[in-house]
Design a protein around this ligand. Structure first.
Ligand code: HEM
Length: 370
């Protein structure tokens, strides 16, 4: 958490104290901006940073900025090919490109190279150690590191994009979240003032944001659409709430798509296509309960899957998204260049692969608040 925080500062606010970044509007593409920053902060927090000695810190930071940006650009190339790669429908030229990218990442993230980095996360080094102890050869561990990069960085940036987009589209939501963020900063002695250094958001501060939590949850409800595949280990039957009973045979595979059955279900979430930032929170800040046919539900939002293989990165992902939005709202005014901007359609070729991506980017502008 602290590492991610420092990396966000390193990437977003590095020329704040130098006074270079004046209060002028800067324009950018929102999807690219969010994905780029969140990917790079997550990548550096998990896979480590450039080592340095004493006064070389700024040089190492600059190296991290350049290197992580290059990694992001290569990652996006792979990301774009991914749905067609998964369905095995890539034309030969793209197939060769996917192969090149895979090999590049096995090399960039290789176990050997990682020894040279500082601040590798405990999660990454433990995964490697566990595999090594179980006799998994080094070349396979390199490949596993790329799988983990994919799992850890493919969804968080796109989710951050949708959250900031919805906040800009819904001024009452933006106002409520910003007021909460400002209040938490003030109460923790971290208020942003003219000329002040970037705020340092602690874990404790992130635990005081019920409205932001609800906005994150609502964003995930709308845009996270994973297919959950489970193998049937013994003959059984599955009864749905509508009374239909399915016979499942040992060896069958079951694919669940909770985006439709749960997240977009109007019996659980009225007007399910609407973004309601406070859908998941009561006025007193406690979490809302959800019901269907009078029965309280355990699963009313399933962006992380469920059961044995529920996303192990969900707490990290949530903290990362919240940190990013907290920093953006604390330091910047944000607005859509086109105030009448329509919500971009989602790229339906990605159904089932996690957080949806928009078919086109959206222009926005930002400037320092103080
Ligand atoms: C918004 C961001 C994210 C979303 C929506 C998301 C969603 C998911 C989903 C739906 C699954 C499959 C769950 C299942 O089959 O039941 C999954 C698996 C996984 N996720 Fe995430 N994830 C996110 C971020 C992360 C992050 C940040 C990490 C690591 C730091 C991570 C690591 C993993 C891993 C390792 C698996 C495989 C787990 C297994 O098969 O046992 N994810 N994620």
């Amino acid at each position: 958490m602290q590492a991610t925080m420092e990396n966000f500062q390193k990437l977003m606010l590095f020329n704040l104290s130098s006074g270079e970044e004046k209060r002028v509007w800067q324009e950018d593409s929102l999807f690219h901006y969010c994905y780029n920053i969140v990917f790079r902060a997550g990548y550096l927090a998990l896979y480590g940073t450039e080592p340095h000695q004493g006064a070389d810190k700024e040089k190492a930071n600059e190296q991290d900025r350049i290197h992580s940006n290059q990694v992001f650009h290569e990652f996006r190339k792979y990301d774009r090919l991914f749905p067609r790669l998964a369905y095995a429908v890539l034309p030969p030229k793209d197939k060769m490109e996917a192969e090149r990218l895979k090999r590049l990442f096995w090399s960039i993230l290789s176990v050997k190279k990682s020894w040279r980095k500082d601040n590798i996360s405990g999660w990454i080094s433990d995964q490697n150690q566990l595999l090594a102890e179980n006799g998994v050869p080094e070349y396979m561990r390199d490949r596993f590191m790329f799988m983990l990069l994919w799992a850890s960085q493919g969804n968080t940036g796109p989710t951050a994009f949708w959250l900031l987009f919805y906040l800009m589209k819904h001024p009452e939501a933006m106002k409520a979240v910003r007021e909460e963020v400002d209040k938490v900063s003030r109460e923790n002695g971290q208020e942003v003032k003219p000329g002040s250094p970037p705020i340092n958001i602690t874990r404790e501060m992130l635990n005081q944001t019920p409205i932001l939590d609800s906005a994150v949850e609502e964003t995930l409800r709308l845009v996270a659409a994973p297919i959950l595949v489970r193998a049937v280990l013994q003959d059984t039957s599955l009864k749905t709430s509508s009374g239909t009973e399915y016979t499942l045979r040992k060896g069958d595979r079951v694919a669940l798509f909770p985006h439709i059955s749960v997240q977009m279900n109007p019996e659980i979430h009225p007007e399910p296509h609407e973004f309601r930032y406070d859908r998941f929170v009561n006025p007193d800040g406690t979490k809302k309960d959800f019901y269907k046919n009078g029965k309280k539900l355990k699963y009313f939002n399933m962006p992380w899957g469920a059961g044995v293989s529920i996303c192990p990165g969900r707490f990290f992902a949530t903290a990362e998204i919240k940190l990013f939005v907290f920093l953006m709202l604390s330091h910047y005014d944000l607005e859509l260049v086109n105030r009448e901007e329509e919500i971009p359609a989602i790229d339906i070729s990605r159904w089932g692969f996690g957080t949806m991506q928009p078919v086109r980017d959206v222009r926005f502008r930002y400037r320092l608040r103080f």
